[in-house]
Design a binder for this molecule. Sequence first.
Ligand SMILES: Cc1ncc(COP(=O)(O)O)c(C=O)c1O
Length: 305
Amino acid sequence: MKLPLSKYVWFDGKYVLTEKAQVPITTHALHYGTSIFEGIRAYWNGKNLNVFRLDEHVKRFRKSGQFYNITLHFSDQEITDAVIGICKKNKITKSCYIRPFYFIGDYGINLHVTEKAPTNVAIFTFPFGDLFNKNGITAGVVSWRKFSDMSTPPQAKMGGNYLNSIIATQEAKRNGFDEAILLDHNGNVSEAPGENIFIVRNAQLVTPSLASSALEGITRDAVIKIAKDLDIDVVERDITRSELTISDEIFLTGTAAEITPIVLMDSQQIGNGKPGDITQKMMQEYHNIVMSKNDDYTHWLTEVY
Ligand SMILES: Cc1ncc(COP(=O)(O)O)c(C=O)c1O
């Protein structure tokens, strides 16, 4: 799938034509997965383009690299300005996805990565609608386990970590499901390849804690805060595999997936096979917030123009 990339990308502090942003074949990240990335959405509301939770994304961007002493040679303010700037430079007036990333460049075959390893930073963007069918998707537990803190840090949003997501997705697709669910090393539910998971049981929202190797998702955090504001009870705890199929509702959260209902889990219908009441409520609230229709959450939006 070739992305409909915008004309310009931001590359090491400059706006360059997309086709001119190139790296050598010796780039360390190509060989060892030493890249850090974020996925951000900006929403066009008819009047302005608003970047959702930009500060949180910029903070996580830097923190991901710190696990491995990989240096980002730009300040948070510079990255923030570049994210806004790439939208402006491309005169974007449609909802879009923004991908900032940095990676170790020419560093030979050296596995001793230090803060001195050279890094490049880039940001590209493309128009983006729904990732999944918002009427609900199917999901299945796969045999591959989510990697844990016993091997590599799950909170580092890094290229190499996504091989686990890729092999899980391949198995789920082979089994005829839209999406994979990974269990953690203890056999409890962790997350999906690129989304966090929530279940609803007896009107309570439940999501695995970070101890289940789930990424500390920014959408996950948004859903927890929105639910609390709506007086919906939320708890972070272990979710057993068998609890999934007896849940009243299940949904996934992520920047790309936003809030996506799961209506069939391991071939068992969830609820009445349609997005449940709490899921629908959360989807509606989320939509209103990102489309700047809820004044209580304007601090989550950064205007581009
Ligand atoms: C493994 C994984 N889990 C969860 C998420 C959801 O995180 P966020 O809501 O910050 O996009 C993502 C996407 O970034 C992810 O890659």
